[in-house]
Ligand binder design. Sequence first.
Ligand SMILES: NC(=O)c1ccc[n+]([C@@H]2O[C@H](COP(=O)([O-])OP(=O)(O)OC[C@H]3O[C@@H](n4cnc5c(N)ncnc54)[C@H](O)[C@@H]3O)[C@@H](O)[C@H]2O)c1
Ligand SMILES: [Zn+2]
Length: 523
Amino acid sequence: MGAGKTTVGRLLAARLGWPFVDLDAVVEKAAGMTIPAIFEREGEDGFRRRETEAVRAVTAHAGQVIATGGGTVMRRENLALLRATGTLVWLRAPLEVLLARARAEGGRPLLAEGDDAAAKRYAARVSVYALADVVVDATQAPDAVAAEIEARLSGAQLEPPEMVPVPAGSRSYAVHVGAELLASSGRLAREVGLGGKALVVTNPTVGAHYATPLMNGLAAAGFSVHRVDIPDGEEHKTLASAERIYRAAVAARLERRDFFVALGGGVVGDAAGFAAATYLRGVDVVQVPTTLLAQVDASVGGKVGVNLAEGKNLVGAFHQPRLVVADVAVLATLPQRELVAGLAEVIKYGAIADPHLLAFLEDRLDDIVQRRLPVLARVVARSCEIKARVVAADERETRGVREVLNFGHTIGHAIEALTGYRRYLHGEAVAIGMVSAALLAQRMGRLAGTEVERLIRLLRRAGLPTTPPPLDETALLAVLQRDKKVRDGRLRFVLLDGLGQAFVTGEVPSQWIKDVLLEQRAL
Ligand SMILES: NC(=O)c1ccc[n+]([C@@H]2O[C@H](COP(=O)([O-])OP(=O)(O)OC[C@H]3O[C@@H](n4cnc5c(N)ncnc54)[C@H](O)[C@@H]3O)[C@@H](O)[C@H]2O)c1
Ligand SMILES: [Zn+2]
């Protein structure tokens, strides 16, 4: 619809030396009539059926530039075929620009419905378009657009960073997602008005790789930069580590207007965030998450804290960061098992809120596991959007909205606890818990068997466990009863109402949990 895909498509084809194919023209040729005529005689259904046939035909060959219709990728089958054959490009332009252009061109049957309906349709489509492999600004001149696509395809030009806003009233902030952003952190910190001294909190593992570029970037932006390391590992997410951070801050004479920068995974983020929330009754913190889990989850939402010997996260605060810098390039050094565990939380977001993200994960899983940066950036940005949306609706976790983020976590946490937090990484236990929850939803008649299978297949392809270890179901139920997920003595579960939609229920009988775990063990 008015994005200029025919003009840009032809120009790009000429640059690449490839043939140009217009999907609408393929449909018209096969039907022996124009698209308005197809709509008139066969309705939109008839057109969509013919369109899928055309997609199947054109995707039989690689090495061509294909201009699709605006609605083509809204069909799962078309999208999967196109993604399997090639690279999807979104020519992004604001709706007003598209409508103005389309009006000038005329002849689009779907435009007859008026601007309101067009706006609704555009919003629905953007949720799929935004998951294209390449996104370009289509308000530029067509030749500039074609040149930019060519540069992106060849890898000569990086995808520009995406900025995800996290609404939190006067403490709203943004997550910047992209490749090679570490060095820009200083500039970004300046842009949000930070000044003075920066205390970088990291650990030796992460610091060895990334402290230097980050600190150089901060120094280049005029900050006076200090560093403190806490030991690596969940067992060091403690008050002792917080104390170490406080004392380094005192030694560097940090004052109220200065700030901390948390460079690391969720452990560093939580501990440094907690220290920031409490040092001098609160200083600013910039989160620079370096694990996939921290980029999609821990760094966004403002929950910070440390563990006690008696339990995890028992001491904490809500302290929103001023800025989050998620540089997907740092994921290159993350151990594979950690990457995959982080992916469990991404799959969770798809399952509770975003069927398009799930489809993207299904189609692009190999690229994610191989850490192709633009694909990782899409995944991180989309996950942060979802978390931001949920958190904005329930910033301090008082309204129950945030509870949906616990999908897979009820049984997941119990499994982690019963295996002494040693056997599974958090994301792995959550993967098992998501399957349990899906099976419970199926029992409740809210999720189809085919949907449960789809979820299991995706988790397994990602390399995540889906069956529980041998453990005593009665002990597991006892852990669940002790868990904070019990309200008025009833177990509360986040279940799915179809893939992409979550709901919370207190209606799960304990016997079902035992049954489901048995069923799951046999999968
Ligand atoms: N605050 C929240 O909302 C929230 C949400 C989810 C989890 N968490 C917390 O996050 C913690 C788990 O975080 P995590 O999974 O990131 O674990 P982590 O911080 O322990 O990091 C995992 C391991 O990877 C290493 N590492 C980190 N980045 C690396 C990189 N780029 N290259 C190489 N190695 C790297 C770390 O040093 C560590 O050994 C838990 O304590 C959990 O409670 C908090
Ligand atoms: Zn989690």
